[in-house]
Write a protein that binds this ligand. Structure first.
Ligand code: GEK
Length: 246
C-alpha cells in the first residue's frame, strides 16, 4: 500500500442508528483516495495497468473515456501515458462533489492531452471516436436492467480494435466460494484498518446501491454486444478486471 497523506476514511466509524444508502457526497469525495485503496484489493495495480494499456492502445486523434471518473485516477494515468497526438480524455461522473475535487486535482498537470470533465449520468453521454473506454468499478452502480444498453453504446462508440477496460466487484454462483471470497475480502479490509463495525455498516449501506454480478454474466453481456475478444486480465478475491476488444 502506498504511503500517501490521504485523509483517512472514518465515515462508518461511529455507530449509526439507521444506515442509509451509500451516496457519493462531499464527505465521501473528501476521503475517497484512502477509501478506494483500503477497499478495493489491487486498486493501485489496476490503475497502473490502465496507464500501460493506454500507451499501447490510444490511437492518434481519438477520444479516451473514463466513465464514473470519481477523482480522476484513471484519467490522470491515461493522460500521463498517451504517446500519440490529438487525443482527448473525457471524464464523466454524476457526483458534483467528485467532479469539483477532480477539477482541483487535475489542474496542475502539464501534459499535451487535455482532460474534459463532464458532470452527467453516463447513460446520457454520447460515446464516439473512442480508442479506449474505462469503466473502473462503475458499472456495478448502474441499475442491472440498464447495463446492456450502456455496454452496447460503448461498443458502438469504439473504433474497430478499440478496448473497453471493465473492472467490477463480482459475485460467484457457487455459494460456498462466494462466502469464502467475501470473508477474504473482509479480512483484507480489517488488515487495512477497518473495524468489524465499519465493514458491516458499509456493507449494509451499499446493499441496494452496488449490485455485483458473476464473471459469466459480464462475459455473456460483452459477447452479446459483439465484442470480439473478452479477456479476464485480473482477479483478486471478489474483484476482477476484463479487457474487451472490438
Ligand atoms: C477510479 N473509476 O478511481 N453516471 C455517472 N457516474 C456515476 C454513475 C452514473 N450513473 N453512477 C455512479 N457513478 C474510479 C472509481 S467509483 C467506485 C469509481 C467505487 C460514479 C460515482 O459518483 C463514483 O464517483 C463512481 O461512479 C464509482 O478509478 O466507489 O467503488
Amino acid at each position: 500500500m502506498e504511503d500517501k497523506n490521504w485523509k483517512k476514511d472514518t465515515i462508518f466509524n461511529e455507530p449509526i442508528d439507521k444506515i442509509v444508502d451509500f451516496t457519493f457526497d462531499e464527505k465521501v469525495a473528501d476521503v475517497f483516495e484512502d477509501m478506494l485503496r483500503r477497499s478495493i484489493p489491487g486498486y493501485g495495480t489496476i490503475i497502473s495497468i490502465i496507464g500501460m494499456l493506454t500507451k499501447y492502445h490510444a490511437k492518434p486523434n481519438t477520444n479516451l473515456y473514463d466513465l464514473g471518473s470519481s477523482l480522476g485516477a484513471a484519467s490522470l494515468v491515461m493522460q500521463k501515458n498517451v504517446s500519440v497526438p490529438g487525443c482527448k480524455i473525457i471524464a464523466v461522473d454524476n457526483s458534483l462533489p467528485m467532479i469539483n475535487r477532480c477539477r482541483e486535482i487535475i489542474k496542475n498537470g502539464n501534459y499535451p492531452t487535455p482532460i474534459e470533465l463532464i458532470c452527467a449520468d453516463i447513460m446520457d453521454v454520447q460515446i464516439q471516436n473512442a480508442s479506449m473506454v474505462v469503466l473502473n468499478f462503475t458499472l456495478q452502480f448502474i441499475p442491472v436492467e440498464l447495463r446492456s444498453k450502456l455496454i452496447e453504446k460503448i461498443y458502438n462508440g469504439l473504433l474497430p480494435g478499440g478496448i473497453l477496460i471493465l473492472s467490477e466487484k463480482i459475485s460467484f454462483d457457487d455459494e460456498d466460494l462466494n462466502k469464502r471470497q467475501i470473508e477474504r475480502y473482509h479480512n483484507f479490509k480489517k488488515f487495512h484498518g477497518y473495524s468489524d463495525l465499519e465493514i458491516s455498516a458499509k456493507r449494509e449501506a451499499l446493499e441496494n446501491v452496488l449490485i455485483p454480478e458473476t464473471l459469466d454474466t459480464h462475459f455473456s453481456r460483452l459477447y452479446r454486444a459483439r465484442f470480439n475478444h473478452v479477456d479476464l486480465w485480473y482477479q483478486l478475491f471478489n474483484f476482477a478486471s476484463i479487457i474487451a476488444t472490438k
